[in-house]
Design a protein around this ligand. Sequence first.
Ligand SMILES: [Zn+2]
Ligand SMILES: [Zn+2]
Length: 188
Amino acid sequence: MLPSEADLQLLFARLNNEHFQGAAPDCVISYNERFSNSAGRITYGPRPLLIEISPRHLRKYPESLEGTLLHEMIHAWCYDRWRETGHGARFRRKMRDCGMDSIYHDLGSVRSLEESGKRYVLRCEQCGFEALRRRKPGKPASCPRCNKRRFDPRFPLTIYEILDMKPIGTTLEIKQTAARKSSSFGSS
Ligand SMILES: [Zn+2]
Ligand SMILES: [Zn+2]
C-alpha cells in the first residue's frame, strides 16, 4: 500500500524539520500516475510549489520515497532562496549534508536532459490532460480534451515550468517485453 497524500505531507513536514530547520518553502506533495520515466518532479507554477511523486516507481522501490522527496525538497529550497535550479554546487553540498551522497551518483546525465528538453507542462486541472512544450504558448489556449472543437475559456490550461527530472535508470534497463511491444508495433 502506498502512503496517502496526507502521509506524504507529514513526511514533508518531518524532513523539513530534520534537514532544513523548517526553512523549505511550502510545497504540495501529490502522486502523478502518468510518470513512467522519472521518480519525482518539481514544478514551479502557481504557489505553493508542487512536488509530484511517481506511484509506479514507488510501488517498485518503496524504500526510495524519503530520498526522492528529499531530493525534490532540496530543489525547492535552492529555488526559493537563490532561484537556483539543477544540480549545482549548492544542491550537491546540501545533498551530502542530508547524507545522500552515494545514491545519486549518476546525476551527470541529468543536466543535458534538463537543458535540451521540454521545459513546460500545460495541464488541465479539470480532466488531467497534460502536454509537454518547449516554450510557453504564444496565445490563449484551452484544453483540447474538454472541448475538442474550439477554444473554450471554461477549460484553461495551467502552465507549469519543469525544474527537475530525476533519473531512475537508463534505456538499457528497459524490460524485454516493452522492447518486443515496440518492435511489433513497427512491423505491423
Ligand atoms: Zn481538460
Ligand atoms: Zn534533481
